[in-house]
Design a protein around this ligand. Structure first.
Ligand SMILES: NC(=O)c1ccc[n+]([C@@H]2O[C@H](COP(=O)([O-])OP(=O)(O)OC[C@H]3O[C@@H](n4cnc5c(N)ncnc54)[C@H](O)[C@@H]3O)[C@@H](O)[C@H]2O)c1
Length: 287
């Protein structure tokens, strides 16, 4: 797909970070933009910023982990604007980032992170893709995973959810191509990006917050890891640059959107070599 002006884009997690970067880029390409996010105040600010670019915009407060809310989002977009050309399943949360052993991660962490990061993408695909295909126009689905979906270094539920998004996206791509569909798919696997991802707890539902006694113990090693990761995120890529990569991928129909970075390439190769050689997982400094 390489013509965007006047077409419709839906971006989840659009009020902040990568989603906002994608939404701004959609507006710059002359698209109508649907902003979907769970956080009201930043969503209103994002709506104003997109409108200031001269784009038609619709802002919807919703939770991607809730099937009925994603269905309602699809209903209102198709009713108002007739179709959808670009679907960015991007909303995501980091979880609490670290526990002293994966077995000590509370159930609420698994439910929250898998619910938003993985089930949220499933919901987007289930409610939007059939209607996009029915319309018969060129389109593209871009799911935000992470480099964390290609290697197993950190983060328990986060890493598991992102591996799920990569697998889900590969299956989606293959199902679309084997049917010669006009809709294609890509998976966005960013490294560190300067966003609010490490402050995801701001959107954590109360019912998915473990009580103080069930919180995982934060060891000095976890504390140190959190500091280092915060620094990496702060010095990470800019969302606008990542949005540029995403649009290049849509134009060229590139599936894996992974920033060019020697360390990332080595990490992915190492894991694949472990599997190919039936070698046990290689331990890296991150785990
Ligand atoms: N920042 C990074 O270093 C990085 C790296 C790799 C992948 N990612 C992925 O990028 C995506 C975007 O994250 P970001 O870095 O821009 O973080 P961010 O926190 O700045 O933005 C995430 C947005 O998602 C929204 N959101 C959270 N839960 C939601 C829900 N249940 N329903 C709807 N919206 C919800 C938040 O309100 C926020 O606006 C996520 O999937 C994240 O995992 C980020």
């Amino acid at each position: 797909m390489d013509a965007f002006a006047g077409k419709v884009a839906v971006v989840t997690g659009a009020a902040s970070g990568i989603g906002l970067g994608l939404a701004l880029r959609c507006a710059e390409e002359g698209m109508k933009v649907v902003l979907a996010d769970v956080e009201a105040a930043p969503l209103a600010e994002a709506e104003a910023a997109i409108r200031a670019k001269g784009a038609e915009v619709m802002a919807v407060r919703m939770d991607v982990s809730k099937d009925a809310e994603v269905r309602r989002l699809a209903d209102s977009v198709f009713a108002s604007w007739g179709t959808v050309h670009l679907l960015f399943n991007n909303a995501g949360v980091s979880g609490s980032f670290g526990a002293d052993g994966i077995w000590n991660i509370p159930k609420e962490d698994w439910d929250w992170v898998l619910g938003v990061n993985l089930q949220g993408v499933v919901n987007g695909i289930r409610h939007f893709v059939p209607r996009m295909l029915e319309k018969g126009e060129a389109g593209h689905v871009i799911n935000t995973a992470s480099v964390g979906g290609l290697v197993t270094a950190t983060g328990g539920p986060y890493t598991v959810s992102k591996h799920g998004v990569v697998a889900l996206s590969e299956l989606l791509y293959k199902d679309l191509k084997t049917r010669s569909a006009k809709v294609s798919a890509s998976v966005l696997c960013p490294g560190w990006v300067d966003t609010k991802i490490l402050d995801s707890a701001r959107n954590r539902p109360e019912e998915l917050t473990p009580n103080a006694l069930a919180q995982p113990v934060v060891t000095p090693r976890i504390e140190m890891m959190r500091k280092v990761v915060r620094e990496w995120v702060k010095n990470g890529m800019r969302p606008a640059d990542l949005a540029g990569l995403a649009f290049e991928a849509i134009r060229k129909d590139t599936f894996y959107v992974v920033p060019i970075d020697e360390k990332i390439a080595q990490g992915v190769s190492l894991r694949l070599e472990d599997i190919r050689l039936r070698r046990n997982p290689t331990l890296t400094p991150l785990g």
